[in-house]
Ligand binder design. Structure first.
Ligand SMILES: [Ca+2]
Length: 354
């Protein structure tokens, strides 16, 4: 009834501000069944503060002050890598110095179906605008603790990457940096650093997060195979949508992480907190059944780019076999021709000699 509608609205406002048109549209699109289920399932989150979701906070996947034991204790849920350093105020992934690489990785694989991660971070440095770099990334991947060129993490990763790219490598003016984008890969797609990941991005937006005086937040939500990234970066406690992609299929058992790298240009990349919330969603029996089908590789529905990128990536076994075979035949023919020509030439010169 009318009384029961209150907690659900409060819950929705926990994560989606009422003034957000995307939020209104989604709320309107929600089926009555789902709506009623939400009422029952999320009632504990009721609270005066619009953002009270502590009941659903998963401490084992969260990283918060004072970062007790991170990088030193065997009981910590997180590992540090590279230049990442703990201070009382933040986890500094890289300092404002050239050629640094730092990361923090969860030790526990995530088996939650629906979740959202609230990230507080700070990117700041001495460099003037567009003379700073390279940015930071948030991960949910099969691999962990790997070095590489994708904001400090390996390339050809398996899973999800959200990038806060602070340097425009591609010299185009159509895009204002820092720019947030998302990529899902199954281990064969390459993040194209020279083009700021354009060929593989699922969506993105400009986010002026560098050298600002207020707190900056990202919200990554994965709910019913829908990936949504929102940001609160203007110091107004207001979430703005950055990207929203349906049909994102991520296997379970992957690791959360955050990484950052500097090159010729640098910045301080500070992670202040990662808060991981479990989302409770009602599913119909059919949806439950579909969800039980084991996904082994990440994928995105209706993404023609997906196949194109994969095909571009190396030759198939058959193509490779014939390429090698014809190369060998070609070289053999050339050698035979050369031997025959040499023999004739020698014979001629001998005849001339005598
Ligand atoms: Ca870049």
């Amino acid at each position: 009834g009318a009384k029961m509608a209150a907690p659900a609205n409060e819950w929705l406002s926990c994560t989606l501000p009422a003034s957000n048109p995307a939020c209104d549209a989604r709320r309107a699109a929600m089926s009555p069944v789902l709506f009623v289920s939400l009422l029952l399932l999320v009632a504990p989150c009721r609270g005066d503060a619009g953002y009270d979701m502590d009941e659903f906070l998963k401490r084992e996947y969260s990283l918060t002050k004072p970062y007790q034991g991170v990088g030193s204790s065997s009981s910590s849920h997180w590992d540090l890598m590279g230049t990442a350093m703990i201070t009382p105020e933040h986890v500094r992934l890289t300092p404002d110095l050239q050629s640094r690489l730092g990361a923090v990785w969860s030790r526990i694989p995530c088996f939650l179906r629906d979740w959202e991660m609230k990230v507080q971070f700070k990117i700041h440095g001495q460099g003037k605008k567009n003379l700073n770099g390279d940015g930071m990334a948030l991960w949910l991947t099969k691999e962990r603790m790997q070095n590489g060129p994708v904001f400090g993490n390996m390339n050809r990763f398996t899973g999800l990457g959200i990038f806060v790219d602070t340097y425009p490598n591609e010299d185009k003016n159509e895009r204002v940096f820092p720019y947030i984008s998302a990529m899902v890969a199954n281990g064969s797609q390459l993040y194209d650093h020279d083009h700021d990941g354009r060929p593989t991005e699922l969506g993105g937006c400009t986010a002026l997060v560098r050298n600002v005086n207020h707190d900056t937040f990202l919200l990554i939500r994965y709910m019913q195979n829908r990936l949504t990234v929102m940001m609160d970066i203007d110091g107004k406690q207001d979430w703005r949508e950055c990207l929203d992609v349906p049909g994102v299929r991520l296997p379970k058992g992957y690791y959360f992480g955050a990484s950052s790298a500097t090159g010729d240009l640098s910045d301080n990349h500070d992670l202040i907190s990662l808060r991981l919330y479990q989302l409770t969603v009602h599913r119909t029996p059919e949806e439950e059944e579909r969800d039980l089908e084991e996904i082994t590789l990440p994928s995105v529905d209706n993404m023609p780019l997906w196949n194109a990128v994969e095909k571009q990536d190396g030759m198939s076994g058959v193509t490779l076999f014939f390429t090698i075979l014809f190369s060998i035949i070609g070289i053999f023919v050339l050698v035979v021709v050369a031997v025959v020509l040499y023999g004739r030439w020698k014979e001629k010169s001998r005849k001339r000699f005598y």
